[in-house]
Design a protein around this ligand. Structure first.
Ligand SMILES: *Cc1c(COP(=O)(O)O)cnc(C)c1O
Length: 411
């Protein structure tokens, strides 16, 4: 009886939070199939739900620009989409002034290209600084680069329930640091790093910084220009709803334009590509980061994602994100703590990104049971269930529903 009463009051609270949510109307802008078996989607940080307008935009593109303009589409406008879509994303989500962002490649490939470009600008230094809880692909790519160029990796050991701190960076950075690479929001804990202070700390030692924004773009305000960040990279299929495998974005601060060079010298990053001339000469500005033909079709849903974010505004998204993670933490404390479940995420709002992780040794098996019940978070080894809360598509009652099934199965 007390159990039921407790759940009732949480449900009332969830409904009140939905009622008071200024972004609640945005939930109808997403495509949810009739009769869907999903009762709570808690993984919008891994693959954002499709936006209704994206389906129409895709169909209109195929039947219109593609079918009608054919090859002329390239010179009409497609050639410049990496920069034009990049600029829009930069303004809506990254705090980046025009001319510094391109859309291209996958995050993995873009990370490689930007890291190599950065290292080329610090040829007399031998160390790459990174942390043990960096996302796997980031760690592997940097291992590969270190092997390729004969550099050392300097690992900072981060707590998987927290993330990289400015103090740790200050202690590890030095005169041999060429480049530091960290995640702005940690993929497991959701820890939000103090990117401004960390960037300044690495700069004081003469190094360059590359931030991976995969879990912050579209969820947490980012101020690349204000922080003086050198390079940044990130996914567009997470909070930005670009769809499975949508291309990455890459940011190169204006002060490095014309001074750094990425390693994949393709025709689409050359000056005047259609002259097909001899010898590679990089295009001006951030365009030089492009290598091959831009993934036009794969940018179309992303444009809808950027539009939605422009309409909502990143600050309102962040406010709701904090309310969602706060509510998830409250429910975890009142329903799960007594069952031996631990919160493996920061609690302070200023260090919280858009998701939280809860853990218990049997959570791998429990994730399968949740999926069977239509509650979709994801599992992160060794024992974490990650509850991702995409503010534009997730409701408080939906979160309540998912957490109550989790509490039932964990009990
Ligand atoms: C999701 C994610 C990636 C994924 O990279 P892909 O090349 O798109 O597979 C990379 N880094 C971080 C931090 C991520 O969260």
């Amino acid at each position: 009886m007390t159990e039921v009463r407790r759940q009732d009051s949480a449900l009332r609270q969830a409904r009140a939070l939905d009622e008071a949510d200024p972004l609640r109307g945005f939930r109808d802008r997403f495509l949810v199939p009739e009769g869907s078996d999903v009762i709570a989607y808690l993984d919008g940080n891994s693959l954002g739900r499709p936006i209704r307008a994206a389906a129409d935009r895709m169909a209109a593109f195929v039947g219109g620009q593609w079918a009608d303009r054919l090859i002329r589409g390239w010179t009409d406008e497609w050639m410049w989409w990496p920069e034009t879509v990049g600029d829009r994303l930069g303004r809506a989500a990254l705090g980046a002034g025009d001319g510094q962002v391109v859309i291209a490649d996958s995050t993995t490939v873009m990370l490689y290209k930007l890291a190599r470009a950065a290292l080329g600008a610090r040829p007399d230094r031998g160390e790459i600084l990174l942390d043990t809880d960096n996302f796997p692909t980031d760690r592997y790519v940097l291992e590969g680069i270190a092997a390729e160029l004969g550099l050392r990796l300097r690992w900072i050991t981060t707590d998987p329930a927290a993330g990289i701190t400015a103090e740790q960076v200050a202690e590890a950075v030095g005169p041999d640091t060429a480049l530091a690479v960290f995640s702005h929001v940690a993929y497991r804990s959701g820890y939000l790093a103090d990117a401004g202070t960390i960037t300044a700390t690495v700069h004081e030692a003469g190094g360059l910084v590359l931030w991976d924004l995969s879990h912050s773009a579209g969820s947490v305000p980012v101020r690349l220009d204000d922080w003086g960040v050198d390079f940044a990279v990130g996914c567009t299929y997470k909070y930005l709803c670009g769809g499975p495998g949508s291309p990455a974005f890459g940011y190169v601060n204006r002060r490095h334009h014309g001074r750094v060079r990425q390693p994949v010298w393709g025709w689409m990053g050359r000056q005047d590509p259609f002259t097909m001339g001899p010898g590679y000469r990089p295009a001006d500005g951030v365009r030089g980061m492009v290598s091959g033909t831009p993934p036009i079709l794969a940018m179309i849903p992303l444009i809808s994602g950027i539009e939605l974010l422009e309409e909502a505004g990143i600050d309102a998204v962040r406010d709701k994100s904090l309310r969602l993670t706060g509510f998830a933490l409250d429910l975890a404390d009142s329903w799960l703590a007594a069952e031996g479940v631990e919160v493996a995420s920061p609690r302070e709002p200023e260090r919280r990104g858009g998701h939280i992780t809860v853990r218990r040794p049997d959570f791998r098996e429990l994730t399968d049971a949740l999926w069977e019940r239509g509650v979709i978070p994801d599992f992160r080894a060794p024992d974490g269930i990650r509850i991702g809360l995409a503010p534009l598509s997730t409701g408080f009652e939906e979160l309540h529903r998912g957490m109550s099934v989790l509490a039932e199965l964990a009990g």
